[in-house]
Design a protein around this ligand. Structure first.
Ligand code: SF4
Ligand code: ZN
Length: 309
């Protein structure tokens, strides 16, 4: 098998484009697509100080590595990494991987813990939710707290953009979940850059891997020898996401290129949904002062619910 681009020995088959690629051409194509996505969606500008939300998994490791390369080529205001230690078993390993990659790439690394900021670990939070009637899934508590912590700390560090590792598969699974659950307001908040106009204290989040399929992100991380931890969080049990993931993978297998089409359709829908929605009243949380649509922000609601004020 010869690489369709350079003629060297090919080892990688890309179904949707019918390309056969050698490792070198695959790496080049992958990086080119990420750079194109950053340019086309205007994710970064030269004045940006960017923080990568580094989870220890493959996706954010790839984002960090590619952004570091971009910073070498055209120096920008700054690049750093922030990791959140929720205090579950797997965190030791994910933090190790995060520390290693930051050390090797020479990126400043900041770690913040649930224990220090909220007074409890995720394991303890889970125990508390067991006593609550109709408690929300663990991920919705954890996600809200983690995003707030990340945003607060990034703001204090003078960061202007937070880069996350969301890949193509994550995005279209989320799109389909929102569609199935009828949560169009959530759909309206999707896109390559989110949180731009909400509030001065809210740091926009960018997704440089949004058009990179998950299997290619994994392959890229392996070929580049990036440090990452493959174990998943023990609480990741979204049954609907799992079903959607298998259904989308099956569609992609039978109809290559469908994942990209789903993302395109999502991106065409987002502005239509946004324009049909009335702008909700923006208020300040009566406890912490963060922007919210109700009297209390979700973080303060959670803290009250769990009795951790
Ligand atoms: Fe938190 Fe859920 Fe992610 Fe685990 S899978 S880290 S509980 S959001
Ligand atoms: Zn609040």
């Amino acid at each position: 098998m010869e690489c369709t681009r350079c003629g060297r020995n090919a080892s990688i088959e890309i179904n949707y484009s019918k390309d056969l690629l050698c490792n070198r051409c695959f790496l080049e194509l992958f990086e080119k697509r990420v750079r194109k996505s950053i340019r086309a969606n205007r994710l970064l500008n030269p004045r940006d100080k960017t923080a990568v939300a580094l989870s220890g998994g493959k996706d954010s490791a790839v984002v960090l590595s590619i952004l570091k390369e971009l910073h070498k080529r055209a120096p920008r205001a700054g690049l750093l990494a922030i990791s959140i230690d929720q205090g579950v078993d797997v965190c030791g390993r994910t933090l190790d991987a995060s520390r290693k990659i930051c050390e090797r790439l020479g990126v400043e690394h900041h770690v913040f813990t649930f224990r220090e900021e909220f007074g409890l670990t995720l394991d303890e939070l889970v125990k508390k939710t067991r006593g609550i009637e109709n408690a929300a899934p663990v991920c919705s508590y954890c996600g809200v707290l983690r995003r707030r912590l990340l945003n607060d700390k990034a703001r204090k560090l003078g960061v202007s953009k937070i880069a996350t590792g969301h890949n193509l598969d994550d995005e279209i699974q989320t799109s389909m979940m929102n569609f199935i659950r009828g949560e169009l307001d959530r759909m309206a908040r999707m896109g390559p850059i989110v949180g731009v106009v909400r509030d001065a204290g809210f740091i926009p989040r960018i997704k440089p891997l949004r058009d990179s399929p998950e299997d290619e992100v994994l392959l890229y991380a392996r070929l580049k020898g990036l440090e990452f931890e493959p174990s998943k969080c023990p609480y990741s049990q979204d049954a609907l996401r799992k079903t959607i993931r298998s259904a989308i993978d099956l569609i992609e297998e039978k109809h290559p290129g469908s994942k990209f089409q789903m993302l395109k359709s999502t991106d065409r829908l987002i502005p239509i949904i946004r324009s049909s929605m009335e702008a909700g009243e923006i208020r300040k949380c009566s406890i912490c002062g963060e922007v919210t649509s109700g009297r209390l922000c979700r973080v303060c609601q959670i803290k009250k619910e769990l009795g951790i004020y």
